[in-house]
Design a protein around this ligand. Structure first.
Ligand SMILES: NC(=O)c1ccc[n+]([C@@H]2O[C@H](COP(=O)([O-])OP(=O)(O)OC[C@H]3O[C@@H](n4cnc5c(N)ncnc54)[C@H](O)[C@@H]3O)[C@@H](O)[C@H]2O)c1
Length: 253
């Protein structure tokens, strides 16, 4: 897929990794629609960029996303790619100082990070199915965001790691489901990236996390994530895979 011709939905595009994707794809000439809850930031990012638009929507909302996907498709003249970046980071031990892990927190994490991503991609894929295939027989590409926590989840990350393992685990069956429609599906499993989600932890904790990265010994830059997302779009043989992007980081317990 040529990025300059792409019509891309970026969930979580108002901040962090999603915002970097919005900026990257827009700079390459793609039409981009941000799906996010953060209306002020989302509108501001879209307003800065040619060919970008913002729709305020919760990725977990069945009807809301159906309406947003139809609107994005109408405004962009179709949908050819989805980059799912909307997500939340939560932490609690299975049994902590205050007792058992709050069930609602576990369910909310799965709902936004896993169910939300699937909700958007299933509806966007239905729109992609209407596209005329390109020379490679391709109608669309889906890129989900997992995490290295899918493979090396740390203490306190049962909910987050489970949600991201779900994202990694669905790459292959979705790729298989959508193959006959000419739609590919991959996921990126980022290590530790400097985004508002992580900056909330404070400089000291971020530096501690960066110390475990093998090389380059620093946090990832959101633009590096966006470049990999762009590469997945443009490389037709990449499919059904979850790619770690982590400077060889393996998270300790
Ligand atoms: N930053 C990292 O180090 C890192 C590492 C691994 C994985 N990830 C994953 O990457 C993705 C992006 O993270 P980030 O660091 O850019 O975070 P971020 O907090 O900067 O951005 C997340 C965005 O998602 C939006 N969002 C949250 N819930 C939503 C919902 N229900 N509906 C619509 N939008 C919603 C937020 O408003 C925000 O704009 C997340 O899925 C996160 O789990 C991040």
């Amino acid at each position: 897929m040529e990025i300059s011709d792409a019509k891309v939905i970026v969930t979580g595009g108002a901040s962090g990794l999603g915002e970097a994707c919005v900026r990257h794809f827009s700079a390459e000439g793609a039409a981009v629609t941000i799906f996010d809850l953060g209306a002020e930031k989302g509108r501001a990012v879209a307003g800065e960029l040619p060919g970008a638009a913002f729709i305020e929507v919760d990725v977990t909302a069945e009807e809301g996303v159906a309406e947003a996907a139809a609107q994005a498709s109408e405004q962009m003249g179709g949908i050819t790619a989805v980059i799912n970046c909307a997500g939340i980071a939560t932490g609690a031990k299975t049994v902590g100082r205050d007792g058992a892990h709050p069930l609602g927190q576990f369910q909310k994490t799965i709902d936004i990070n896993l169910v939300g991503a699937f909700n958007v991609l299933r509806l966007a894929a239905a729109e992609m199915a209407k596209n005329t295939p390109n020379a490679d027989g391709e109608r669309g590409v889906i890129v989900n965001t997992a995490s290295v926590a899918a493979f090396d989840g740390q203490k306190g990350q049962a909910a987050y790691a489970a949600s991201k393992a779900g994202v990694a685990g669905m790459s292959l069956p979705i790729a298989r489901d959508l193959a006959s429609l000419g739609i590919r599906c991959c996921a990126i499993a980022p290590g530790i990236f400097r985004t508002p989600m992580l900056e909330g932890l404070g400089e000291e904790i971020m530096n501690g996390l960066a110390a475990d990265v093998i090389f380059p010994k620093r946090l990832g830059q959101p633009e590096e994530f966006a470049r990999l997302a762009g590469f997945i779009l443009s490389c037709p043989y990449l499919n059904g895979e979850t790619i770690r992007l982590d400077g060889a980081l393996r998270m300790p317990a």
